[in-house]
Design a protein around this ligand. Structure first.
Ligand SMILES: Nc1ncnc2c1ncn2[C@@H]1O[C@H](COP(=O)(O)OP(=O)(O)OP(=O)(O)O)[C@@H](O)[C@H]1O
Ligand SMILES: [Mg+2]
Length: 234
């Protein structure tokens, strides 16, 4: 069998990030679970390691929404170093409910916000999932410990819940969402929620318990009603 060689590539290029993503995949670290900046193999900087764990679409996302920037500052202020001289870690903090039409840039701002925290020098253990993917991963089935998965995602210091309200409503969906939001509410864990729905529709979809908690724990960020995908396509 022959040995394949390849030219060395500079760090920080898309190639390096893709290699990093493959390394993570080989280690069975797959979306939506990503941890940064603890994993910095191959000498990647925290930001490069972080980017490698993000969907390529949002690897370069820059948060520029004033409310998102204010949120990042607050989270940074509440970050705590686990020991003297150690990097500060996101522990507790405020949350955002980013609402707007399809393509308004909500997910871009959410990933950009995590990148910003890492650029600020914070350690961020984070996860990102669409609500629909989360429900799919938690459906009771043989060989999967759904309770453990729900507990893990509930406890994660920083969580993106993308497209809340986009999955088909049911009692089970309402209950799982309640349990997740309630744990994050109780422990004051920073959560970035995106949705296409107006609050009254979220309430109809997920019930009063979820929307009452979201109303208290999140600052609402309303995006301009512009579909950036259509703009980018022209
Ligand atoms: N501030 C920005 N600068 C540059 N590109 C952006 C910005 N915001 C969004 N985009 C791009 O616009 C497109 C749509 O953004 P995004 O996916 O974040 O929208 P969304 O609001 O999450 O939409 P949906 O509700 O359908 O999930 C993406 O290609 C994204 O990379
Ligand atoms: Mg989105």
């Amino acid at each position: 069998m022959g040995t394949r060689t390849r030219d060395p590539q500079p760090l920080g290029t898309a190639g390096a990030l893709d290699r990093m993503a493959r390394i993570l995949a080989d280690r069975n670290i797959t979306q939506p679970s990503r941890t940064a900046p603890a994993a910095e193999p191959d000498g990647l900087s925290p930001l490069e390691a972080l980017s490698a764990g993000m969907p390529p679409r949002y690897r370069e996302a820059v948060a520029d929404h004033p409310q998102v920037l204010a949120w990042a500052r607050e989270v940074a202020e509440q970050a705590v170093a686990p020991s003297l001289g150690a990097r500060k870690q996101v522990v507790t903090g405020p949350s955002l409910l980013m609402a707007g039409v399809v393509g308004a840039g909500k997910t871009h701002q959410a990933y950009g916000a995590i990148r910003l925290l890492v650029r600020m020098g914070l350690g961020v253990r984070w996860r990102a999932t669409t609500a629909a993917d989360l429900y799919a991963s938690l459906r009771p089935r043989q060989g999967v410990d759904s309770e453990r998965e729900l507990a893990a995602i509930s406890r994660c210091p920083l969580l993106i819940i993308d497209d809340l309200g986009a999955a088909k409503a049911s009692e089970w969906v309402e209950e799982v969402t309640y349990r997740l939001v309630n744990r994050r509410y109780n422990h004051m864990l920073p959560t970035l929620v995106t949705t296409n729905l107006a609050i009254k529709d979220l309430r109809a979809h997920l019930g009063d318990r979820v929307t009452s908690r979201l109303a208290q724990m999140t600052t609402r960020v309303q995006f301009e009603p512009v579909d950036r995908r259509r703009l980018l396509a022209t």
